[in-house]
Write a protein that binds this ligand. Structure first.
Ligand code: G3I
Length: 347
């Protein structure tokens, strides 16, 4: 009875786990990380950088390695920020992730057009993709250890998203992207990354896609389940089933962009702070999810949060600009929330 009560208290964060560090807690299970913004890897945000150094052993770039950031013009690459991101990771002995090579979003329009603004031919777009991947992956060969090669290629029903990549090249754009990335750095881990893969239809689409790649001998190291979760979805059963289904393909599963949105869509109900009941519910939700990740220890090889503190989260500006969001483990002052203690208490 006593231990049940203690366990319950830990889960809801009433017992402080002061001094506990995420990366040590989970070191026998999976890497644990965060997506960084520029102020963090430049260490202008010293509080954020300190949290990252203390808690995490892997980092992802929230924006600086996207196509529009590193390759804004046809003949011009801009690597200053990405270089500093990678240097920060190396300096702190972290497993450095690259995000992302081929995506429909944050990719300039010119990528899909010729110099007269007409749609590019299939061959020309493949050549452009090859050049981009060789240049970007090649620059960080041996230093960026894993790449989100293709991001968000599927619709909710599991069919292919009608992106310019798909429309011009066809579904082979995915195999080609993985092939180019493998050529550029044969030792890098290569990932297919997407959201809502816990839903049956989309999950089945991703499984079919990965199977097909495997049949062609394309090396897929892991699937990235982004994990932009809500309080009620995915259910714990869906989360476990998705991990199990992908593991049957013989690949790893990474949780790549974890956050939990406690706010109802389109509203900003808690501008001055999260009520305790919601805070505790968030802690329990995080504990439940980490319970699944830990159970699948070994299959789940990385869990990365999409941001460091609540104040950094993209959810402050989506789906409505200027909301006050509470999706992460550290509050706006950089203090660990009950959710942090709940997560630490899981292992
Ligand atoms: O850098 C400019 C700044 O110069 C300008 O003044 C300002 C005005 O809007 O915009 C700034 O750029 C913003 C950028 O984030 C950096 O803060 C963009 O508007 C904004 O659209 C962009 O949002 C990013 C979003 O991807 C774009 O799709 C978020 O930070 C980033 O967290 C989010 O991350 C994505 C993953 O890559 C893929 N999975 C979903 C995830 C969440 O949407």
């Amino acid at each position: 009875m006593k231990s049940t009560v203690l366990c319950g208290l830990l889960m809801i964060g009433l017992v402080s786990s002061a001094g506990a560090q995420l990366k040590d807690r989970f070191k026998d299970c999976f890497r644990i990380g965060a997506a960084l913004n520029q102020a963090q890897f430049d260490e202008r945000d010293t509080r954020g950088a300190d949290i990252v150094k203390a808690q995490f052993n892997t980092i992802s770039p929230e924006n600086v390695l996207k196509w529009e950031s590193v390759h804004p013009k046809p003949d011009g690459y801009t690597f200053e920020q990405a270089d500093r991101y990678v240097a920060f990771g190396e300096k702190n002995d972290m497993f450095v992730i690259g995000h992302t090579l081929v995506w429909h979003s944050q990719t300039p329009r010119w990528v899909f057009e010729d110099d007269k603004g007409a749609p590019l031919s299939r061959e020309a777009l493949l050549e452009r993709m090859r050049g981009h991947i060789q240049t970007v992956v090649g620059r960080y060969k041996g230093r960026i250890k894993g790449w989100d090669v293709v991001n968000e290629a599927l619709n909710e029903d599991g069919t292919f998203r009608q992106s310019p990549w798909f429309k011009i090249i066809g579904e082979e754009f995915i195999a080609k992207a993985f092939g180019f990335a493998h050529e550029a750095d044969p030792d890098a881990e290569l990932y297919y990354n997407d959201y809502s893969l816990e839903n049956d239809a989309k999950r089945n689409g991703a499984i079919a896609l990965i199977k097909k790649l495997q049949e062609q001998g394309i090396p897929v190291t892991a699937v990235g389940l982004q994990g932009h979760d809500k309080m009620e979805s995915p259910t714990i059963e869906q989360q476990a089933a998705a991990i199990e289904a992908f593991s049957r393909l013989g690949i790893k599963v990474n949780i790549t962009e974890l956050d939990i949105d406690v706010l109802p869509a389109k509203l900003n109900p808690y501008p001055d702070g999260l009520p305790d009941s919601v805070q505790q519910a968030l802690a329990r939700r995080y504990a439940d999810l980490f319970g699944v990740f830990v159970k699948d220890c070994g299959v789940v090889s990385r869990v990365t949060f999409w941001g460091v503190t609540d104040g950094d989260s993209w959810l402050n500006n989506w789906p409505v600009r200027g909301r006050t969001a509470y999706p992460l483990l550290f509050d706006r002052n950089g203090q660990p929330k009950p959710a942090f203690n709940a997560v630490v208490g899981v292992k």
